[in-house]
Ligand binder design. Structure first.
Ligand code: ADP
Ligand code: MG
Length: 574
């Protein structure tokens, strides 16, 4: 997994190198600096040569400037590296998710995908930046500082070292407490966010029940809990900072006292004492970083593992290596003894056989849950059959490329999904390179043009989130215009008008009849009146296909269809 993780550095090798070496130089300068101070005090000061002191000072200034610049480079480029890797991963994940099959989305919560794409990748990005660099630098400065201290005075170095485990323990303990506090705080802010989302997107329901006060109270409660959690987090943080501050000052003081004693005894020069105190600080600094890494590493790696699990999930529906692209299908559709189930334990379709001629309109009717929608989902290969085969123009759909197959099929469903944007953008979703004339023609055929003419900005009107500003009938027409533009030889209408009132349904039906012209059309209809003109009717029940024939033939046959018919029309009549 580590190797996999590092493979994401590859495209940014140069950035990593620059960042890494700059960091090493910064660390090295930090290690050299106290020695320079020592020399300054012990040699330069004693010599009393002012000119030399000035020259050396200027030299030191130059080194400071260099170090400052490099620190800027490390901070900026390091984060750039992190965000680059994060962006790459996010793009890879999004692309991957977009290509998953329907089965994947049936079983995956949207919220989980969202948190993979945001939170997890944020942690991974942080680790990618701080991980290797900080680990290396921390170890380098720590051992370097200790080694030099030992060289100056072993006794004093060991005294300092004894304090180190204490410090590490303290810092680690604080980090764990802080981590817990932050996690709790994140949970609380998620609750607040969920409340806001619910209350805002459901505001119409809230106000129609006049439940504003109720919502405000609920919100206040969650908001208060969040405040409390965040205060705890800040208290832990303040406590951490002050106790670490105290420990480091204690250590410095200890070194100062013991060092003074040694200096008085003549075991240590004044310069050495100063540089020793400075080294103590160099020694302490990386402890903080190491402890932060100890926390960052498991978090980032856990995120990376979840990321990796998602990336490794292969879509169930894939092109065969020798899949053929199909263009301009005629639209002959045939099911040959098809069995299908969403999960192994419950069969949905068994021994389904039927054939639709090019240009024919066939209606599927039957009770809800019989599998009509499922039959239609198999044609564009949203799912693969368990047994049998589905042929279009005598070719198995699994031998075609997914992309070309789906480009030949248009679908209009009961609930229309529209995207935030303008009317024009939503129609053009059916054909991304459509000209203005084509878009207008499609709108006209869908009888959408009158609607558009009445909108304030015409084609440029924003339709709101999921088309919220349009009525059900208008949305359905937009969906039909989209398919007109796509102009596929095969059309699936899955209860396209079931959600509409009879009046609107009748009007939309005209557009649908136009759309069905010269295309192979499979209609699923709830209201039998809408399929009066179908060439053929296929009745599907839980037992499979039980009847087929023309509308009149089936009435004549006095079977399942005739019964359905009787129920609907006696209901409507009364
Ligand atoms: P119809 O369109 O005739 O009302 P469907 O094809 O939607 O029926 O559903 C047929 C059966 O398959 C039902 O029992 C339904 O519960 C089940 N089903 C439909 N979609 C899924 C799915 N995505 N995952 C699992 N089961 C499903
Ligand atoms: Mg259905």
């Amino acid at each position: 997994m580590i190797r996999k993780f590092f493979s994401y550095y590859k495209p940014h090798k140069r950035l990593f190198m620059i960042d890494f070496f700059s960091a090493i130089i910064v660390a090295a300068l930090e290690l050299v600096f106290p020695i320079a101070v020592q020399r300054f005090v012990d040699d330069l000061l004693k010599s009393g040569n002012w000119d030399l002191i000035v020259t050396v000072s200027i030299l030191l200034l130059a080194v400071y400037l260099l170090s400052t610049f490099l620190q800027y480079v490390v901070s900026y480029l390091g984060h750039k590296l992190g965000i680059n890797i994060e962006t790459d991963m996010r793009e890879e994940l999004f692309t991957h998710v977009q290509r998953q099959s329907f089965g994947f989305f049936d079983n995956t919560k949207t919220g989980h995908i969202m948190s993979r794409i945001t939170n997890d990748l944020f942690d991974i990005g942080e680790l990618a930046h701080h991980g290797p660099e900080d680990a290396f630098i921390a170890v380098m400065t720590f051992t370097g500082a200790f080694w030099i201290m030992f060289f100056i005075n072993p006794t004093l170095a060991l005294i300092a070292l004894i304090m180190v485990p204490l410090l590490i323990a303290l810092v680690t303990y604080c980090n764990i407490a802080m981590n817990r506090a932050w996690r709790n705080m994140y949970g609380k802010i998620a609750d607040v966010n969920a409340r806001v989302e619910d209350a805002v997107s459901g505001v119409r329901v809230v106000q129609s029940f006049t439940n504003e006060e109720f919502e405000i109270n609920r919100f206040q409660k969650d908001n208060g809990l969040f405040r409390k959690a965040k205060l705890v987090a800040y208290r832990v943080m303040a406590w951490t900072h002050s106790s670490i501050y105290m420990m480091t000052r204690l250590l410095t003081l200890l070194v100062l006292v013991v060092g003074s004693y040694l200096t008085i005894n003549g075991d240590l020069t004044h310069g050495e004492l100063i540089s020793f105190v400075l080294y103590t600080n160099v020694l302490i600094k990386p402890i903080d970083k190491i402890s932060a890494l100890l926390e960052l590493y498991p978090k980032g790696m856990a995120g990376f593992k979840r990321f990796q699990d998602l990336i490794e999930e292969q879509p169930d529906i894939q092109d065969k290596p020798d899949a053929q692209p199909v263009n301009e299908l005629k639209g002959h559709v045939q099911f040959q003894d098809v069995d299908f189930s969403y999960d192994r334990y419950k069969s949905v379709l068994k021994h389904i056989n039927f054939e639709v001629e090019p240009g024919e309109t066939v209606a599927f009717v039957g009770p809800s849950g019989a599998g009509k929608t499922t039959i239609c989902s198999l044609i564009p290969r949203f799912y693969d059959v368990d047994k049998g085969s589905i042929m279009i123009d005598k070719m198995d759909v699994s031998d075609m490329t997914k992309h070309s197959l789906r480009s030949q099929i248009g679908i209009v469903q009961q609930d229309v999904f529209l995207f935030t944007g303008t009317v024009r953008e939503n129609i053009a979703y059916g054909k991304k390179d459509a000209t203005e004339a084509e878009i207008r023609d499609a709108a006209k055929r869908a009888h959408l043009d009158e609607v558009i003419a009445s909108l304030p900005q015409g084609y440029d009107t924003q339709i709101g989130e999921r088309g919220l500003k349009l009525s059900g009938g208008q949305k359905q027409r937009l969906a039909i215009a989209r398919v007109f533009l796509k102009n596929p030889p095969i059309l699936i209408l899955d209860e396209a008008t079931s959600a509409l009132d009879t009046q609107t349904e009748r009007i939309i039906q005209k557009s649908l009849n136009d759309l069905a012209e010269n295309r192979t059309t499979l209609v699923i209809a709830h209201r039998l009146a809408t399929i009066r003109d179908a060439d053929r009717v296929i009745v599907v029940t839980n037992e499979g296909i039980v009847e087929q024939g023309t509308y009149d033939e089936l009435i004549e046959a006095d079977g399942v269809f005739a019964k359905l018919h009787k129920i609907q029309f006696s209901l409507n009549g009364s």
